[in-house]
Design a binder for this molecule. Structure first.
Ligand code: NDP
Ligand code: MG
Length: 343
């Protein structure tokens, strides 16, 4: 029996995780947490708000499924890594922000980190077959694929929230519309697989059937395909190295299309690469500034294109100096949030 602590239980990933856990006789939910809302039927297990690491200390799970959104997921990510507890990671923001500190903690703790993000789950599975030479992440392109900057200037939060292939929480849905999500994922892939940025590619693939592709040095490439359904990577992360059955139908092959991303229009992808290449706490600052800008866009305070403008401006105001402790990282996040100019 694998004992699971689920953080972010009321969210999009959280609710699908509960479905996966309930369907498997080998998975047991021993603790669950949300930010402010309660989920029916989980009351005895659920902590609403409060300190997530205290909950984990009490629960002593075998696996932490971190499905909290944003930098708030940092502490449980670090707790799992330090303590050698398997981390099933949906909360990409914590790995992007913590980067090297997270990898150090993983090494000290001696546990494992299994990605839940669909592209990284795909790459993780492909990478079982050999040392990756290059990685390819696919992007649906979001609801605004093909649009010009002029057209994007006036799009509304409701339009940005209408994702064509994935049904997700609001923050990641906006990130998908700006391509910040793919930017965060490039940085996430860099830390998960130790591959340099110039060997991590992004390709637009509107139907989200191919999730990732690994190229090996002998000329062979292995891709991972499946219908876009997060229950597959959630189930994989919770049952690894086994594979449990899911209700997702077997794939029927069809025509697959791929396009280069428009990084001039969707600046957040290019800014993420820049932040990643510069290293230090630039990825942390990119993430922090993006969280602030996305919240401002959803609140109707700034326009869609202002998200990238605000993040670019904030990145120019921070030092990006590497963090040598968690406290320094939290401070870098704080400084970057304050550097975002929202009118
Ligand atoms: P949601 O917004 O749907 O859910 C977020 C969850 O986090 C909610 O349960 C929320 O609780 C909880 N939460 C927020 N702040 C805190 C806090 N301080 N302490 C405890 N819990 C908190 O997000 P998603 O499920 O869409 O995404 C979660 C993570 O997974 C993100 O990092 C996202 O990037 C990643 N991810 C999501 C995918 C998806 O398909 N949704 C795909 C790939 C990655 P409450 O309800 O009380 O606010
Ligand atoms: Mg993803």
């Amino acid at each position: 029996m694998t004992r699971i602590a689920l953080l972010g239980a009321t969210g999009s990933i959280g609710r699908q995780a509960i479905e996966v856990i309930e369907a498997s006789p080998n998975l047991e939910l021993v603790a669950a947490a949300s930010g402010s809302s309660v989920i029916d039927g989980l009351a005895p297990l659920t902590q609403v708000g409060g300190d997530l690491t205290e909950l984990l200390e009490r629960a002593q799970p075998d696996v932490v499924l971190n499905a909290v959104v944003g930098f708030a997921g940092l502490a449980p990510t670090m707790w799992a890594l330090e303590n050698g507890v398997t981390l099933a990671l949906a909360n990409k923001e914590s790995l992007v922000a913590a980067g090297a500190l997270a990898l150090d903690a993983l090494e000290r703790g001696g546990g494992s980190m299994i990605p839940v993000d669909s592209e990284h789950s795909a790459l993780f599975q492909c990478a079982q077959l050999g040392e990756p030479e290059t990685l390819v992440l696919t992007a649906s392109g979001g609801p605004f694929r093909g649009k010009t900057r002029e057209q994007l200037a006036s799009v509304t939060p409701a339009e940005a929230l209408a994702h064509p292939t994935w049904n997700m929480g609001p923050k990641i849905t906006i990130d998908s519309a700006t391509l910040a999500n793919k930017g965060l994922e490039v940085i996430e892939a860099h830390f998960l697989f130790g591959v340099p940025y110039d060997r991590i590619e992004v390709v637009v693939h509107p139907t989200s059937i191919v999730h990732g592709l690994v190229r090996f040095r002998d000329g062979a490439s292995i891709a991972h395909l499946g219908y876009p359904d997060m229950r597959v990577p959630i189930s994989y992360a919770l049952t690894y190295p086994e594979r449990a059955a899911t209700p997702v139908p077997p794939l029927q092959l069809t025509t697959l299309e791929f396009f280069p991303p428009d990084v001039d229009t969707f600046r957040m992808l290019a800014l993420a690469r820049e932040a990643g290449e510069r290293g230090g706490t630039y990825p942390c600052a990119y993430n922090a500034a993006n969280e602030v800008a996305v919240a401002a866009f959803l609140a109707g305070r700034i326009g869609f294109l202002d998200i990238a403008a605000a993040v670019e401006d904030a990145l120019g105001r921070v030092s990006g100096a590497p963090a040598t402790s968690l406290a320094e990282l939290v401070e870098a996040d704080h400084v970057a949030r304050n550097a975002v100019a929202i009118p």
